[in-house]
Design a protein around this ligand. Structure first.
Ligand code: ADE
Length: 241
């Protein structure tokens, strides 16, 4: 996969691409990163890329010309163009999975008060990372890239993304590692039992417990089998008592 980041602040991406899993994925040739400075495409003689909003109001708006010329220069028939903006559907694991199947992602990072709406005709998708406003789309782009790259075949150990949070709309079960006892707090005995069936069932119940506590909205979308539904009913009953 190739990932192109169009931004006014390309220096922000250097440490991100050169660290941890992003670096490993790149070294394994599973992903190629490039940053494109939108300012390189402005036709303004003072290299401006923003201007005052028509109709008045606070702040500056990113101009359409540099962004569209940048896209015309780098886009191919395989490119999927995404604009990061708070005025968009919220990104989630299902979108990350879908994007991990594309061969070329172009992520455009907005800045200032937003981007001239006429850019919308040149993008395939708009994404927000949550209901809050950042100073620009750069951090949002990193979040999207991180969650997509770790799903690419060969980046993480096979199967390690299958059971994590949001797969099947549930939060992940609690995890423990050594030591067995920390300041008197013990690892749940079932995890030490070696009894795979009981461990699986305990994990499912704890996954349901966490989801019920922190994200009950997810349970409406979860596709629960009979066992999961029975465990959830038991948890609901426990919380009534
Ligand atoms: N730019 C500013 N805020 C944002 C958000 N919440 N998501 C994506 N891009 C943004």
């Amino acid at each position: 996969m190739k990932i192109s980041i169009a931004t006014l602040f390309d220096a922000m991406f250097e440490p991100f691409f050169m660290t941890s899993i992003m670096k490993k994925a790149n070294l394994k040739n599973l992903v190629q990163f490039e940053t494109i400075n939108i300012r390189d495409y402005t036709k303004d003689k003072h290299t401006r890329v923003d201007d005052y909003p028509y109709g008045g109001g606070a702040g500056l708006v990113m101009q359409v010309q540099p962004i569209v010329d940048m896209l015309k220069a780098i886009k191919t028939k395989d490119s999927h163009v995404i604009l990061l903006t708070p005025a968009a559907p919220v990104f989630n694991q299902a979108r990350a999975r879908a994007l991990s199947k594309k061969s070329h992602l172009i992520l455009i990072c907005g800045h200032y008060e937003g981007v001239d709406e006429r850019v919308m005709a040149y993008v395939d998708e708009v994404l927000s990372i949550g209901d809050y406003v950042l100073t620009g789309g750069e951090l949002a782009a990193m979040i999207v890239v991180d969650s997509v790259v770790r799903l690419l075949d060969g980046v993480l150990a096979a199967d390690s993304t299958k059971e994590e949070s949001f797969e099947n709309h549930l939060l992940e079960y609690p995890q423990y590692t050594r030591p067995e006892t920390f300041e008197g707090d013990q690892v749940p005995g079932v995890l030490l039992s070696g009894h795979h069936q009981q461990i699986r069932s305990w994990r499912l119940k704890e996954s349901l417990r966490k989801t019920l506590k922190y994200r009950p909205d997810l349970l409406e979308k979860a596709d629960l089998d009979q066992e999961a539904q029975a465990l959830l009913n038991a948890l609901l009953k426990e919380s009534e008592d």
